[in-house]
Design a protein around this ligand. Sequence first.
Ligand SMILES: Cc1ncc(COP(=O)(O)O)c(C=O)c1O
Length: 398
Amino acid sequence: MEKEVKYDFSNSTCRQDSNAEKYTLREELFGTIDVEPMWVADMDIDTPDFVLDAVKKRLDHKVVGYEEVPDSAFLAQIEWMKKEHNIEFNLEDMIYSHSVVASMNTAIDAFTSRGDKIIVQTPVYPPFFHSVKEHGRVLLKNPLKLDDDGTYHFDIKDLKSKIDERTKLLLLCSPHNPVGRVWKKDELQEILDLCLEHNIVVFSDEIHSDLVYSPNKHIPFASLSKKARDISVTCSGVGKTFNMAGFTMSSVAITNKTLKSKFLESYNKFHYAQGSSLSHVAYEAAYKNGKEWLEELKIHLYKNYKMIQELCSKYQNYIKITPIEGTYLAWLDCRGMGLKDKSLRDFFIKEAKLGLSAGLSFGREGSGFMRLNFAVSTTKMMKVIKDLDKALSVQYSK
Ligand SMILES: Cc1ncc(COP(=O)(O)O)c(C=O)c1O
């Protein structure tokens, strides 16, 4: 018997009148507002009611002054991480952050000095390499290896050949945006072994960790062993999972006291404060009530992915979809279309009327690829598929 569904993702609230970045920046990025925005990694799916209701309830209290993050918010997250990801943190390990990218910048400031090398595995979410350069550190690029079947892997041999005594930090994207990999234990272990050997700190960005499709399983880097915990910093939060990036709250978990105090030295320089009172209650409500919603969301997202996969198989000589294990980001290999990057982007904007992220923005290795965010309602997904099918059929007269 089919399980009864509780949540409906067939339609979603229009975001155009809410100052949503993916809409407001269309003209600037795509030169037109006549595109369906499928770029920024947030969802065109309503933030769940159990989050919104908690915020409304908080507003019954008539004062919104300075507040500390309540222990209950991080305790709810700790409980979630234990149950969902088999990792145990304590309250004293948890640090508030308004943004994972800000935490990454703080880690760079804390654990490296000017001229030190930082490992980044491209193609990757652009702030990974921008942050390194903006701090005057040296980018040590360790591109992922692309197999014939379209899946990506770490290139450990390349990494080994590049590490030297100035290599101090590795920025790990786990699960990986944009290639959709959920790293396996043995893959992470190889990274750990190398980092232990060379005294390299691992900044593990696990913001997409809840958006993993069965049978894949997210393995927190810090869960590998006591040694892994000792050399790593783990970032996660509810922003992606429950579509609440606008609440700007995430966490940094550090168990090693020396690393933590180094991190806090940099952190305190920037006066992060403690976030907003509304974020605190939203965060806690999400972790306490989100399990069922998330399970249904993932089923919905995977159906969207399958729709794109089906379309790609119709045009398999031109466009291929990278097999996905996690995230709601489809990494489209469009090299078969034989277009230069600018023309490829123009095709999606002008012919399909879709605003996607250009592969090149994730590093040189993204040339010929486009990233499509498929976290939208069924209605919107069907329209996108129709528009893309039409554009491709005109181009390839199917
Ligand atoms: C891998 C990764 N890290 C961090 C972020 C952004 O996180 P935040 O908004 O908390 O800075 C994103 C957003 O797309 C992401 O994909």
